[in-house]
Design a binder for this molecule. Structure first.
Ligand code: PEP
Ligand code: MG
Length: 589
């Protein structure tokens, strides 16, 4: 413990547990990337000072980038460090600098306003160039411009992807691309003022096995970079300046959890079969190509959900058909002989493509707006690139296609018509693909849940997206911490709807899985299996705990649990019977 830390009083802040685990370390306060830039007229006799302020900011930025480059070279090697050469070159770009000064001389506005306007024009121009290398420069300019603006405004640097030391990231909120930008191993834990358990940024944290606590309200205002804290992702607590006693207590808790975890991992090698002999299918949800390694590591029986939109986040341009093909092929081959359900783009909602703001204009209700299949059907060129890439990958293993946010049969008909066009195009090109590639629909909008019989005519499998289904059924924004307590997976309306979907699908002989976060929560896994779902798909690290439960329970009991739950009148009661079921089968330590 540092001397400074021992003088501060311990403070415990309650939030919402979003990803399990315990972390202790120093805080890094992440300031959101949209910098508010003040705009004002500069006094004519202060103009020289304004220009020297600009020169100084450029110099400080150069020093910062050189330091990061040296740090990265030490920790990751020369190749990784060379990436920063492109950033240093931006600072030497005479056109960018002299145009900023010209803008300042003509308008007399403060230098931040001028630099921001000029760099935005550059970013826009570069991102439209028909040359891959030059298009990628747009991201470099954006990154460097951000840093220069922060220096001009006297703000601390804030990019998560530059986080080299292991820190607890504390932010007002994180976008999915922010989370995905935290390198594995560089973020100790994630804590956000807002957000909820099923926000996409948190789903990414869980898949990285980083402890996360959300909904801690104004924590960013109460802490500063460098403060020491302990994050308890099990109970949703953040303990600022923890005392020796607290650290000792948590040390013990952590070693108990670790020994339980190693028992889980040991048991995870065994098959997913219930105590009364029923085999259960447990699959993996992945967001990045690299995660395919975890599919085998955690003994997943294939990939039940590949969220392909992450290929489109954290990048300055839209991946080409060939780039996507290589990514899908790597995943399909990595999971073979097991199947991979490749979900077509679910951009929009809380996953806009930040590098292409024109494609996703600001909306009042993004979750109910221009998202997923609606966006794809409206952008057929982009949709077709993806479908052809998936089709091409289908000849390298067992790929299936799944459409997100289907609200009715018409959308499925339209999506399948585009798929047919893609198949015809590949045939004309003489390129191979799996002619029998299966097509499925996500059931995550109440209107789809009510029309399973109509959707079934257009597809061969269903996957229930409980994250969205719950938000739309209960009218609870899944990312809003103020109403997070009302987001109840065990709400009777949800349980009844799940039962109806499964019954309707099975009557027509269509398999139905669940790929929302509920599937990876051992508290609800038995209920879902008891309701008759055919497979559960979850973030790979969630598999051991669910498999442990599966092996410890009887399917006959899970069915009885489902019957009992269906007869109860409140989420609280249903939660209680599920919790009791879980505790009685798995010794909680
Ligand atoms: C869901 O909605 O449950 C789902 C799996 O999709 P996503 O979380 O990506 O919206
Ligand atoms: Mg969804």
């Amino acid at each position: 413990m540092s001397a400074e830390q021992s003088t501060k009083e311990e403070v415990t802040v309650q939030g919402i547990s979003a990803s399990q685990g315990i972390a202790y370390g120093q805080i890094f306060v992440y300031v959101q990337s949209d910098i508010a830039i003040p705009s004002y007229q500069v006094d004519p006799d202060k103009r020289i000072d304004e220009i020297s302020r600009f020169d100084k900011a450029l110099l400080v930025t150069r020093q910062q980038i050189s330091k990061i480059q040296a740090d990265v070279e030490k920790s990751l090697g020369k190749d990784e460090a060379d990436i920063f050469d492109a950033h240093l070159l931006v600072l030497e770009d005479q056109a960018l600098i002299s145009e900023t000064i010209r803008e300042f001389e003509t308008t007399g506005r403060n230098i931040e306003t001028c630099f921001s306007a000029v760099s935005k024009r550059y970013i826009q121009a570069f991102s439209e160039i028909d040359d891959e290398y030059l298009r990628e420069r747009a991201a470099d300019i954006r990154d460097v411009a951000q840093r220069v603006l922060q220096n001009l405004l006297g703000q601390a640097e804030n990019s998560l992807s530059r986080l080299v030391e292991r820190r607890i990231v504390v932010a007002n909120d994180l976008s999915p691309s922010d989370s995905a930008g935290i390198d594995r191993g560089s973020g100790l834990a994630i804590v956000t003022d807002s957000g909820s358990k099923t926000s996409h940024a948190v789903i990414v944290a869980r898949s990285m096995q980083v402890p996360a606590v959300v909904g801690v309200r104004d924590l960013t205002k109460r802490v500063k970079t460098g403060d020491w804290a302990l994050v308890d992702g099990y109970e949703g607590l953040v303990i600022l300046h923890p005392s020796e006693n607290t650290l000792f207590r948590y040390g013990k808790i952590q070693s108990q959890k670790k020994s339980f975890q190693s028992r889980l991992l040991e048991a995870n090698r065994q098959e997913a079969v219930t105590a009364d002999g029923v085999a259960v299918t447990l699959m993996a949800n992945i967001e990045k190509v690299e995660e395919v390694a975890e599919v085998k590591q955690f003994y997943a029986q294939g990939i039940g959900l590949f969220r392909t939109e992450y290929l489109f986040l954290n990048t300055s341009r839209i991946p080409t058909e060939q780039e996507q093909f290589l990514a899908y092929k790597a995943v399909v081959e990595g999971a073979a002989p097991n199947p991979v359900i490749i979900r077509t783009l679910d951009l929009g909602g809380d996953k806009p493509m930040e590098s292409n703001p024109n494609m996703f204009p600001k909306e009042d209700n993004p979750f109910m707006g221009y998202r997923a299949i609606r966006f794809c059907l409206d952008n057929p060129g982009l949709f077709k690139d993806q479908l052809r890439a998936v089709l091409l990958a289908s000849s390298f293993g067992k790929a299936k296609i799944m459409y997100p946010m289907i609200s009715g049969a018409d959308e499925l008909v339209r999506a399948n018509a585009v798929l047919d066009e893609c198949k015809a195009e590949l045939k004309a090109r003489g390129q191979a693909f799996d002619e029998k590639v299966e097509v499925g629909a996500m059931i995550e909008i109440p209107s789809a849940a009510a029309t399973v019989d109509l959707l079934q005519k257009q597809c061969t499998f269903f996957s229930i997206g409980t994250n969205d289904l719950i938000q739309y059924m209960l009218a609870i924004d899944r990312g809003n911490d103020r109403i997070a307590h009302l987001y109840e997976p065990a709400h009777p309306a949800v349980i009844r709807t799940l039962k109806r979907i499964v019954e309707d699908a099975h009557r027509l002989g269509v398999p139905v899985g669940v790929c929302g976060e509920m599937a990876g929560d051992p508290l609800y896994a038995a209920l879902l299996l008891g309701l008759g779902v055919d497979s559960l798909s979850m973030s790979p690290p969630a598999i051991p705990a669910v498999k442990f439960l599966v092996r410890a329970m009887k399917m006959a009991d899970a069915r009885q649990l489902a019957q009992e739950a269906l007869g109860l009148g409140s989420a609280k009661e249903i939660f209680t019977v599920c919790d009791r079921f879980h505790r009685s089968r798995v010794m909680i330590e």
